[in-house]
Structures are given as structure tokens and as C-alpha cells.
Design a protein around this ligand. Structure first.
Ligand code: NAD
Length: 352
């Protein structure tokens, strides 16, 4: 199998952090082919289009896309169709990425960065699997109309069983690569759509006898995430609940520069990117934390290329540099060694 990666550094700190992830990928010597393209504000400046045709060709031909971040104040006043975020939405849509995977991992060394007590969160390792292309966010009909002399707002929540089944499979498969537990989150006590969600998850379970399936109502899940988050391994849920729960889970860790993410299509082609933005306030200063992007590259090795050993190697190298006390500014505390973006990348390379 060829292993073609389209690298889209983007704007702000994007090029700095992506360069470190590329360095790590190259050092693994896995026969990866990498080609760079333009996306976001830089692409608008060069071509007038945030997702230019050449990038579209590159992304479609690749097996995986590694993305830095896009956007910045320079492009905020452009017409909507030229905004950098349009490029991001465009690529996500064109590649049919329906499954969003967001791990929330709290390395023991960074337990103080969380707003929760260290004993509640130290060692946390959750994966939230969120459906990305359906649910009430896309359901028709929708709108705001006049009815009976007052304004009336409405949206439609719906899922087909095949949509539920395909995201369910992603969750079960992911659990197989982890601690073999899936918690499906719904609101079946009031919403029929999510009753179907629960039924389909139950129908899938016998195909994965090695994975334990449990169910939780979304209100309880929101509570349990802050009360006892370490009870979870993989959580799977719909678009709207996932939007909220994945942000909640990521903030348990307290460090935005550490959070990777993956969005997958039905064939495990994926877009891999840090959860944070382009951080214009620190762009070009060489101080951004590249670890979220390096960990996104590790997810790429695991989920698109099925290279579990190489993925674990990168993750262990990150753990090692944290244990050695290296910290970028965002995760620095007294007594540790403050390093810049490139030094952090070099420390990961050395730990490999
Ligand atoms: P942001 O995530 O870029 O920054 C929030 C804060 O976190 C800033 O103080 C920043 O310095 C810090 N930060 C973020 N990543 C960091 C890292 N790797 N290392 C150290 N510190 C880091 O969010 P924002 O400020 O709301 O948005 C800035 C720009 O990014 C906007 O133009 C926004 O539209 C865009 N954005 C892009 C994406 C994306 O490309 N996926 C996501 C979110 C925001």
C-alpha cells in the first residue's frame, strides 16, 4: 500500500507545528510520501480561494491529510466564501469525513493543568467518537418563521440506521485498539431518534463480543465526565451531543496545545489536526506547543495506516519528553525546563 500524506500547514502557528510533526514522521522511516499544499488564509492570498483546486487534487489523491490550523485577523473581514474557515469546511465535506475522534488524555506530569483535582483526572485516557455529518445540525426542515403572530424557530433531529451503524462500527473498532469498552450516549427517554440510536448500537454489539457496550443518557454523561471521567474508554454519540461532550472532555486536560484529533471517512482515510486554532498571538515566535500536531500524526499512523507499533512509539516518546521535564510555555510550571517549538520537536526525536 502506498502511504501518501497531504500536508497542509495553514496559517499562524500552523507551519511551525506541522514542521515538527513532519520531522517526527520522517524519522520513523516508514516509506511515507509527503506533499505540501495551501489551505486557509495563505491560500486566499496566493489564489483567492481558501481551498484551491490544486489542494483539492492533492487531498483527494492522498491516503491521509495532516493539517496545522487556519485563520487569523488578517482574513477576518473577507467575504464569507473567502474566509479561511471555508477552506476547512470545504475539505471536511469533500472528503466525506463523518467520524470525529478526539482523545482526551491527561499525562500524569500535567495533572496540575486541569481545573479538576489531580486524583480525579491524572492518567485520564478517553476517546470521544462523534458523528459529524448528520443529526439536528443538518436536518431539514429548519428555520425561523412567523406562526400565529409570533416568531417560531425549529430544527429537525434525524438519523438513519445506516448512519448510526457506520459511526458505531468506528467506535467498536477504536475500542478494540484500546481498553475494549464503548459507552454509547443518547437521550432515549425523550427523543425517538436516539431510541433508534440505542437499538442500532445494541444490534451491532454481538459483532464485537470482545468489546463491552454500555449506554448512558447525555445529561448523566455530562455529569460523569467531571465526576469520575476515568470510568470511560470510548464514548460514541451523535453530532450535537458529541460537540458538547468532546469540548467538555478536552477541557478536563486543561492544555489545549496537547489535544490531537482525527476525522475519518468510511475507508479510514483521515484528516488529522490539533484541536486548537492558529494562535495568531504567538505565531512566528517559535514558542507554540507542537505536541498536539505530533500526536495527531500518531493517530494517523494508527487509524489510517494501521501502524499501531509506530503510533505507540510516537506517543511513548511524547510521554518521555514530558517525564524529562520539557515544557513549552502553555504547559510550563516552575521546576520544569521551558523549550520552544523546535526544541520540543527535537526532544521527541531524541526520545524516539
Ligand atoms: P486558538 O486555539 O488559536 O488560541 C487560543 C489560545 O490558546 C491562544 O492564547 C493561543 O496562543 C493558545 N494556543 C493555541 N494553540 C497553542 C499551541 N499549540 N501552543 C501554545 N499555545 C496555544 O483559538 P482562537 O484564538 O480562538 O483562534 C485563533 C484563530 O484560529 C482564529 O482565526 C480562528 O478562526 C482559528 N481557528 C482555527 C481552527 C482550525 O484551524 N481548526 C480551530 C479554531 C480556531
Amino acid at each position: 500500500m502506498t502511504k501518501k500524506i497531504c500536508v497542509l500547514p495553514g496559517d499562524g502557528i500552523g507551519p511551525e507545528i506541522t514542521a515538527e510533526a513532519v520531522k517526527v514522521l520522517k524519522a520513523l522511516d516508514l516509506g511515507l510520501e509527503m506533499e505540501e499544499g495551501l489551505l486557509g488564509g495563505g491560500a486566499v492570498d496566493a489564489t483567492g480561494n481558501p481551498y484551491p483546486e490544486a489542494t483539492q487534487k492533492l487531498a483527494q489523491a492522498a491516503d491521509a491529510v495532516l493539517l496545522g490550523a487556519v485563520g487569523g485577523p488578517k482574513w477576518d473581514s473577507l467575504p464569507r466564501e473567502q474566509r479561511p474557515e471555508r477552506g476547512l469546511l470545504g475539505i471536511r465535506k469533500q472528503l466525506n469525513l463523518f467520524a470525529n475522534l478526539r482523545p482526551a488524555i491527561l499525562y500524569p506530569e500535567l495533572a496540575n493543568a486541569s481545573t479538576l483535582k489531580p486524583e480525579v483526572v491524572a492518567g485520564l485516557d478517553i476517546l470521544i467518537v462523534r458523528e459529524l455529518t448528520g443529526d439536528i445540525y443538518f436536518g431539514q426542515p429548519r428555520g425561523i418563521e412567523m406562526r400565529d403572530g409570533e416568531r417560531f424557530g425549529f430544527n429537525t433531529m434525524h438519523y438513519t440506521e445506516s448512519e448510526i451503524r457506520r459511526i458505531g462500527r468506528v467506535a467498536f473498532e477504536a475500542a478494540r485498539k484500546r481498553n475494549k469498552k464503548v459507552c454509547s450516549v443518547d437521550k432515549m427517554n425523550v427523543l425517538e431518534t436516539t431510541q433508534l440510536w440505542r437499538d442500532v448500537m445494541n444490534e451491532l454489539a454481538p459483532e464485537y463480543p470482545d468489546v463491552e457496550l454500555t449506554h448512558m443518557l447525555v445529561d448523566n454523561a455530562a455529569m460523569q465526565l467531571v465526576k469520575a471521567p476515568k470510568q470511560f474508554d470510548v464514548m460514541v454519540t451523535g453530532n450535537m451531543f458529541g460537540d458538547i461532550l468532546s469540548d467538555e472532555a478536552s477541557m478536563l486536560t486543561g492544555s489545549i496545545g496537547m489535544l490531537p484529533s482525527a476525522s475519518l471517512d468510511a475507508n479510514n482515510k483521515g484528516l488529522y489536526e490539533p484541536s486548537h486554532g492558529s494562535a495568531p498571538d504567538i505565531a512566528g515566535k517559535g514558542v507554540a506547543n507542537p505536541l498536539a500536531t505530533i500526536l495527531s500524526a500518531a493517530m494517523m499512523l494508527r487509524y489510517t495506516f494501521n501502524l499501531e507499533e509506530a503510533a505507540a512509539k510516537v506517543e511513548n516518546a511524547v510521554k518521555k519528553v514530558l517525564a524529562q521535564g520539557y515544557r513549552t510555555g502553555d504547559i510550563y510550571e516552575p521546576g520544569t525546563t521551558k523549550v520552544g517549538t523546535q526544541e520540543m520537536g527535537n526532544a521527541v526525536l531524541a526520545a524516539l
